[in-house]
Ligand binder design. Structure first.
Ligand SMILES: [Zn+2]
Length: 238
């Protein structure tokens, strides 16, 4: 007789927060394109949780405006028209300029070091051609900068806006301009040298460049099934 096996620990079920983070990041990284159907049953089965938990996660994402809930049809990744995308960039430029101006006046060495570390990670992701990670880190740069702003309303606006740019699927993702130049590094250098005008100018050049790359003709690659899409990213849940 073989020795008694210790009772197998049941695999811990992912929490609502983990699933929320996973789906939020998948959308932010552009792994789940706009209009992807987020089937409750499929997701419940994929994560091994109840439909109630999935429904709560989808509600939270709908509150973030990343998901739309349609009566009788279910949940979908939200989408933006080209015009709406333009409006988002217009709002982003205004808020970003105010944030950069404020942060240039108050930033500490420690905060500069933290942002430099993030820019270095972006460079690494760029070298490895890890586009999803680069996309997420790139959004994080702007959100981390916004966190340093003394006006918390501006912080909140920016943090609501930036994730939504992931819903503007008018890029050829591989030629997204963030990867080609070290623009975050330039913004950060100007901020740390205390040059408000140069910092705002660098931030505006950066956002203008991204917006110019919006291209109505490039369309979403043919979407895979939901679970295939989720499986193409390295999950934060094991
Ligand atoms: Zn950027």
């Amino acid at each position: 007789m073989s020795a008694a096996q210790p009772p197998r620990q049941p695999k811990a079920k992912p929490s609502e927060d983990l699933i929320y983070t996973e789906l939020y990041n998948s959308i932010l990284e552009r792994q789940l394109p706009p209009e992807t159907k987020l089937g409750e049953n499929l997701l419940a089965e994929h994560y091994g949780v109840s439909r109630t938990i999935i429904r709560q996660v989808l509600q939270r994402l709908a509150h973030d405006r990343l998901v739309k809930l349609e009566p009788n049809r279910g949940a979908f990744v939200a989408s933006l028209s080209l015009e709406e995308a333009g409006q988002i960039y217009e709002a982003w430029r205004l808020i970003e300029a105010a944030i950069v101006r404020d942060v240039t006046q108050t930033i500490t060495r420690k905060q500069i070091a933290a942002l430099k570390k993030l820019v270095a990670e972006e460079r690494q992701a760029c070298e490895k051609q890890d586009i999803p990670r680069l996309t997420r880190l790139s959004a994080q740069f702007h959100m981390q900068l916004a966190d340093l702003c003394r006006n918390k309303f501006l912080t909140k606006f920016l943090k609501e806006l930036v994730p939504q740019t992931a819903l503007a699927f008018f890029y050829e993702v591989r030629s997204m301009p963030i990867c080609t130049k070290d623009e975050h590094g330039e913004i950060l250098d100007a901020i740390s040298s205390g040059d408000e005008t140069a910092a705002v100018a660098a931030a505006m050049r950066h956002l203008d460049g991204i917006e110019k790359a919006l291209n109505a003709r490039s369309s979403i690659r043919k979407p895979l099934g939901l679970i295939d899409l989720l499986n193409t990213r390295i999950p934060s849940i094991s």
